[in-house]
Design a protein around this ligand. Structure first.
Ligand code: FES
Length: 217
């Protein structure tokens, strides 16, 4: 079941938002030594307890983008990372960071983001985003990245995330793929990532979705 709960925590200068529909429970928020979040406290998040620089640093730790913040006067938004990265999580999603443009039903108006978790198992009910269904589905992938890619001259710039109907998710723009080992293994200007969970060359699409009649939509 998709958690649609959205919680907001308004402070005197900043507001923190948690979107339960895309949270992957990485627990970066409650494991930080910052007072911004405290498990069991009410409220769980209190933007008034930290300086803006600490708030920015802690919120950025959230790999799924479930946690975001805004300045109450509307003058500031989180700046994207200077390097676009996609990190393969063992038995889990693909964490993507950078200057992200997510193409949805209206291709002319993509949604901007700085951090997302993309489903790799094929079972999310909130595709293309991870909703933690990989645990119940028993998805298994060690997180190796077996190819090196064509390489990059630059590592930043806009990175478009676009899904193929009932097929892969495409990353279009400079991107570096980090294996579960922590090493950057693949770099290039575009890549198709498996989201049906069946590729024999994960994290890359190998067209296995066609044989399995994968239905994403
Ligand atoms: S989406 Fe899985 S092989 Fe293409």
């Amino acid at each position: 079941m998709i958690k649609k709960r959205v919680l907001t925590f308004e402070g005197s200068t900043h507001t923190v938002t948690w979107n339960g529909a895309i949270c992957t429970h990485a627990q970066e928020c409650i494991r930080t030594d910052s007072k911004l979040f405290e498990k069991g406290r009410n409220p769980w998040a209190d933007p008034d307890l930290v300086e803006e620089s600490e708030l920015d640093r802690v919120i950025r730790r959230c790999p799924s983008g479930a946690l975001t913040y805004t300045k109450n006067d509307g003058t500031q938004t989180e700046q994207p990372a200077s390097v676009n990265t996609a990190t393969v999580i063992p038995n889990g999603p693909l964490y993507v960071r950078g200057d992200l443009k997510i193409v949805g039903k209206d291709p002319e108006n993509p949604t901007s983001a700085t951090r997302v978790a993309l489903c790799r198992c094929g079972h999310s009910k909130n595709k293309p985003f991870c909703d933690f269904s990989h645990v119940e589905a028993g998805y298994v992938d060690a997180g190796a990245v077996g190819r090196e890619g064509p390489g990059l001259e630059e590592t930043g710039g806009p990175l478009t995330i676009q899904t193929n109907p009932n097929g892969s998710v495409r990353l279009i723009g400079n991107v570096s793929i980090r294996a579960a080992s922590g090493e950057i293994r693949w770099q290039g200007p575009k890549v198709s990532i498996c989201r049906c969970g069946l590729s024999k060359q994960k994290p890359f699409c190998d067209s296995s979705h066609r044989d399995s009649n994968f239905e994403a939509e």
